[in-house]
Design a protein. Structure first.
Lengths: 114, 114, 114, 114
């Protein structure tokens, strides 16, 4: 269904879902098994999963408030990337990269509208 | 990341996300604008969005309990499809089809494991 | 369990849950049945449900990033209250009041930390 | 707002929220800090958080499908209690108790309606 007219928003939704999926899969199938289980890391990964979903959902609903959530999402994705980058681990580096890309896309959505 | 070894589970995750996305997009960008706003329809669409997400998340986490959620998901997707099919509306028929496909895939996941 | 040392945060969690519960219950059991079903109203109620939950969850997890989500929550609760207040309806006025109280509490959490 | 006529359903919603809150708070503020961080335990706690929320939401929306979700919730709460009980830890025993109470309440809701 072609409800998302704006290609930039469509791309940002895709980034948010990709980031959410990567973080959830990494957390439960990699981090916990490989010693990346410090409370602060598990927390920020969980925060990232939740905010990416919220941002994607706001945009999917074409909410006029999506910029508010995208702004929050950009901040939290960056924090999550910071945590992943401390680990010197290929898988976590890839996760960090996806978080950064999502943050950049969300930042653009937020600045365009607010 | 290649955390999902089982191709059937991977396909079921895809069906759940597709169903969740279609239902959410249809509900907020089509149903509410086109008179498909009876409380029972909005409710079952919302139920479907929530259970598809839960089922996809259980599988993404490789939860040993995913079959329990897939079984619930199959029932609720079928109920949502029933509601969409009463509407004699091309867009809702397409939504119903996606719900049926998700229900079939979830039923298979549930039966294979429990 | 006494994991929440800060009484202000504990109070804010309570406000967020109260707001989320009131919005969800009002939306599905009152608004849809009483003609308050304009897409923009359903959207902002849904946005409010989602952000209140996220803010409550961030605080429940003692996330260092909770202020980011509380700031977003305050903005969205105010927007939801605005929508409810246009309706000249006792039930919706009460919903608006609860949204305003949640917004005030979230604003305080956000400003105290960032 | 008095939208929940049925006192049994109202009680079950309360049990689900209590269980969800206890599991989330225990997981992020106790388990991860005290060595209860095996992937299977973190997974089942996360499953329990998600299904309790879904069951509470279905009932809050007065969904005719709430029994389907309550049935799933009962199974998953029991599995979560099993995991908590293996730990010989006062805090986790209390968590297990709350899971069992929620499971019993959900089972009653499920059997009454299906």
């Amino acid at each position: 269904m072609h409800h998302h007219a704006d290609p930039k928003m469509h791309d940002c939704i895709t980034q948010c879902w990709s980031c959410r999926d990567t973080c959830q899969s990494s957390l439960f199938n990699y981090c916990l098994q490989n010693g990346h289980n410090a409370p602060d890391h598990v927390r920020v990964m969980t925060d990232c999963i939740q905010v990416c979903q919220a941002a994607a959902d706001f945009m999917t609903r074409n909410s006029p408030l999506h910029a508010v959530m995208c702004r929050a999402c950009a901040e939290i994705c960056d924090a999550c990337a910071n945590s992943c980058e401390t680990m010197d681990d290929t898988e976590m580096s890839r996760c960090a990269e996806i978080c950064r890309r999502c943050a950049a896309s969300c930042r653009e959505m937020a600045s365009g509208t607010i």
